[in-house]
Design a protein around this ligand. Structure first.
Ligand SMILES: CC(C)(COP(=O)(O)OP(=O)(O)OC[C@H]1O[C@@H](n2cnc3c(N)ncnc32)[C@H](O)[C@@H]1OP(=O)(O)O)[C@@H](O)C(=O)NCCC(=O)NCCS
Length: 156
């Protein structure tokens, strides 16, 4: 666990028991795409069981104010739903959570990480650029939907 200098925030590994608070946080984040199946308690539980050491939450006392869902497939790490409560932004909580996930993935011998940022997400793109991540312009991303019941809802 790490403590911040200017804000007493703790970063620790996400547990299944954090689901309710993390789900509440996701729903407070402007512009998030929440999936009816992938983000359900059942599927997040399965995700955390497959990836028990790599997702994190940021806590102010017992209140969850940030989280990153992070896993890997044995080759590449992936970040989902990187977020910090609006009232807690610009205190390097996002940066600290990213570092914690990077360390956790390194411990599992993963060498690269990928994530999606909507092109319309100015804050998110500023963040990734500013903390030194590389925006790929040499690839196209392809998706194929296997289950149309995994409905996407955008927050706010
Ligand atoms: C993106 C997000 C997680 C950043 O969390 P945060 O804790 O506020 O970020 P940090 O304080 O660690 O910021 C690190 C650096 O990123 C940059 N940055 C962060 N927010 C920024 C903003 N609103 N505008 C410009 N630059 C910003 C700055 O360079 C900052 O360093 P500095 O404060 O020393 O200048 C948060 O804004 C958020 O939850 N946004 C909504 C969800 C989202 O867009 N997630 C990313 C999806 S890909």
């Amino acid at each position: 666990m790490e403590k911040d200098q200017d804000m007493p925030i703790t970063i620790r590994t996400m547990q299944v028991s954090d689901y309710d608070q993390v789900d509440d946080l996701w729903k407070r984040i402007h512009g998030f795409a929440i999936r009816s199946l992938d983000d359900s308690r059942e599927y997040i539980t399965r995700f955390l069981e497959r990836n028990p050491r790599t997702s994190v939450v940021a806590l102010d006392g017992s209140k969850i104010v940030g989280s990153i869902l992070c896993g890997h497939d044995g080759r590449t790490g992936t970040f989902y739903h990187v977020c910090v409560d609006e009232a807690y932004r610009r205190h390097h909580i996002g940066r600290r959570m990213v570092t914690a996930c990077m360390r956790a993935l390194q411990e599992e011998k993963i060498s690269s990480i990928t994530l999606i940022a909507f092109t319309s997400n100015e804050v998110g793109n500023e963040f990734w650029n500013d903390i030194g991540w590389t925006k790929r312009s040499d690839v196209n991303r392809y998706d194929f939907k296997l289950n149309e019941e995994n409905i996407v809802a955008f927050t706010k």
